[in-house]
Design a protein around this ligand. Structure first.
Ligand code: F6P
Length: 369
């Protein structure tokens, strides 16, 4: 009996999405009696029933392509702007799922997508998800596709910044994506040999950062690279947020972090950090915001491989009727993890993670004392 499988990509795009769509589609069509229906632009496309045929030709020549052929959006089923108002469109989505005779919906996305998929599961839909994000912050999976490509891009950027920082005897503060978790800034900072790495999980003391830079100058190294994650916060900002939360005036840090500020707000913080370091060290500082460059372009070999492994594993689960799970990367293999165990969790960097330990051992300042 033919099974009808819907597929959508949701949240920020990420290299490897097309490889995953191809993995799901080719294995579904080639090995199983399944029909694949693509929905455009994430949950919004499912709500509006905007579909795309994925019956063979569309799955060719997409393995190496960045972005997502389906399009994506950050729309949530239960809070979707429609007709000038934010509405709960979950029932419309459930209706379309049944009208399209779907047996399962495959959702490719990050933390937000896992939560949305769980909501649909709770409405009785058969859902399978795959973990994608350049942030690598999805819980219960070894890694997410998109991360490796972004890691390469950010590392390459740091490599390039080194020579110009060196020539001009400057501090270069490079802002790297990651509003809740610092995996990307940490990984690229380590691989690129940044002198300072600041991540959300380790609030930084700007004085300690300045001292590390001054110490380099004393040793004759009149330049420094500071890799800062979007979500990195100073100890002063944490103290202010905690005090405000106590007074009931503002959200606590954790709550605030769940809703990332607009990218301009990250940039304001990065500029403020650079100006302070300039003031405290007497060195000139410049800022580089890598931004969406980190999400664009050709996926790395590792991401293509991971996305293909996860995509094909998804169809095996669908064939077995194993729904309500995320296909997690687990060593060389994959494993299904219940959506309840993933949704609402963030995989942050443990402050004693081996990467952090190694970074410190090679003399990298992590912003604390
Ligand atoms: O979650 C992935 C991510 O790339 C984050 O690192 C970044 O903070 C955010 O998306 C940017 O989102 P948008 O593309 O909506 O500006």
């Amino acid at each position: 009996m033919t099974r009808y499988v819907g597929i959508l990509t949701s949240g920020g795009d990420s290299p490897g999405l097309n490889a995953a769509i191809r993995g799901v589609g080719k294995s579904a069509l080639g090995e199983y009696d399944m029909q694949i229906i693509g929905f455009r632009d994430g949950f919004r496309g499912l709500m509006e029933n905007r579909t795309m045929r994925l019956d063979g030709g569309e799955l060719s020549d997409i393995l190496t392509r960045g972005g997502t052929i389906l399009g994506t959006s950050r729309d949530k089923p239960h809070r979707m702007p429609v007709g000038g108002k934010v509405r709960d469109m979950t029932d419309v989505i459930v209706g379309n799922y049944h009208d399209d005779h779907l047996d399962c919906l495959v959702c490719l996305g990050g933390g937000g997508t896992q939560k949305n998929a769980l909501r649909l599961k709770e409405k009785g839909l058969n859902v399978v998800t795959l973990p994608k994000t350049i942030d690598n912050d999805v819980a219960m999976t070894d890694t997410t596709f998109g991360f490796d490509t972004a890691l390469g891009i950010a590392t390459d950027a740091i490599d390039r910044l080194h020579s110009t920082a060196h020539s001009h005897h400057r501090i270069i503060v490079v802002e790297i994506m990651g509003h809740r978790a610092g995996w990307l800034a940490l990984g690229a900072g380590m691989a690129g040999g940044a002198d300072v790495i600041l991540i959300p999980e380790i609030p930084y003391d700007v004085e300690a950062v300045a001292e590390a830079i001054r110490e380099r100058s004393r040793k004759g190294k009149n330049f420094s690279i500071v890799a800062v994650a979007e979500g990195a916060v100073s100890i002063d900002e944490v103290a202010a947020a905690t005090a405000a939360a106590k007074n009931g005036k503002a959200k606590g840090r954790r709550e605030a972090a769940a809703e990332p500020p607009a990218e301009t707000e990250y940039a304001v913080r990065t500029v403020r950090l650079a100006r302070k370091l300039e003031h405290l060290t007497g060195l000139e500082a410049r800022i580089t915001i890598l931004g969406h460059l980190q999400r664009g372009g050709i996926p790395s070999a590792a991401d293509r491989l991971l996305a293909t492994r996860l995509g094909t594993a998804a169809t095996d689960l669908i064939a077995k009727g194993r729904y309500g799970v995320m296909v997690a990367a687990h060593g060389d293999g994959t494993r299904p993890v219940k959506l309840e165990d993933v949704a609402g969790k963030v995989k942050t960097v443990p402050p004693d993670h081996p990467w952090v330990v190694s970074a410190r051992r090679v003399g990298t300042c992590m912003g604390d004392r």
